[in-house]
Design a protein around this ligand. Sequence first.
Ligand code: GLU
Length: 428
Amino acid sequence: MMGEKDKQTNTNREQKENRDVLLSTQTVIGKALEKLGYSSEVFELMKEPMRMLTVRIPVRMDDGSTKIFTGYRAQHNDAVGPTKGGVRFHPNVTEKEVKALSIWMSLKAGIVDLPYGGGKGGIICDPREMSFRELERLSRGYVRAISQVVGPTKDIPAPDVFTNSQIMAWMFDEYSRIREFDSPGFITGKPVVLGGSHGRESATAKGVTICIREAAKKKGIDINGARVVIQGFGNAGSFLAKFMHDSGAKVIAISDAYGALYDPEGLDIDYLLDRRDSFGTVTKLFKNTISNQELLELDCDILVPAAIENQITEDNADKIKAKIVVEAANGPTTIEGTRVLTENDVLLVPDVLASAGGVTVSYFEWVQNNQGYYWTEEEVEAKLEHVMVQSFDNIYKLARRRKVDMRLAAYMVGVRKMAEASRFRGWI
Ligand code: GLU
């Protein structure tokens, strides 16, 4: 029989597993496939990336020493088309996280109906403590290390946490040198002068803004004057704060990795955008800060986690006061957190839908690179608007029809095309 202590260890293990992003995404994939009536073989194929490369990258540091960095590239499933997804530079990158992130990219591609499978890369490093030249050498070293498995028709990288258009430019240049011709379609999120797309930098936030607008309609909330809380002031969070502010909402709190700023009357977003550094740090300039945990529990209408994983869990989900939670980050809410929010009638728009604007415009960038003909910002925005509204509507309706939460509905839409393509190819 199980003693009290064993029970406790078991609960702890379960809670820890719940926060294991790979395990939790596998759990939801399993449920989605079951709802769609697929066999366990399909689950076996999809629960892990089909290819996973680990690389060691030697980098000459500015002080003359050499440091060896570990990096990864995961390719989840390429039945639909080449794999696609960002590369993150972060000290907490793990093999498991990169695997989960690659699965999420497959789901996003399925949800917004792109001709891609999911991929993801990461390097264990802290770019905040590296010089510009060290970052360049690391970026180029990573491309040399993964060059055999990536390419415009194989696997297409892009920006993610702590990587930006400059890093994409170095990677593009390195790949083009190796291949001995310009390959702009090798990577997306490039500067516009190197074949980047108009609207790519703000695309994730634009997509989130559209999801917020659609979710607000469903909940009968007027965006004008709505109180918005945003966790994270990186690429997604900062553009989003601007878009929400410009559309008449009151952004009452934002945060970075070090703390949060709160003003019930609304923050001066333009000032904060002006003062943030390239990693999104701004709260260090202020004395009266609150913690990231306090920020999540603030009284507000719309909460947007736009930072890192596992922020809304069984520990705090009950204390969330927002009526709508829109996930701009990848994996900010655990399975238990999702359950509690749903029970409390919070409308949760899941990451794989809400943050799909980035990869959508990455796809537009790749298409423009392949055809050599470039679109205006208005054209890109109109196309993105169309894709996001349709995808939101599709998933919202499915959730209603099948009486499931929007995360499960999004997973059902996300896996379907990949499962069908794998079946037609005779893999399963
Ligand atoms: N890193 C982004 C994401 O997680 C964008 C990926 C891409 O543009 O390929 O969706």
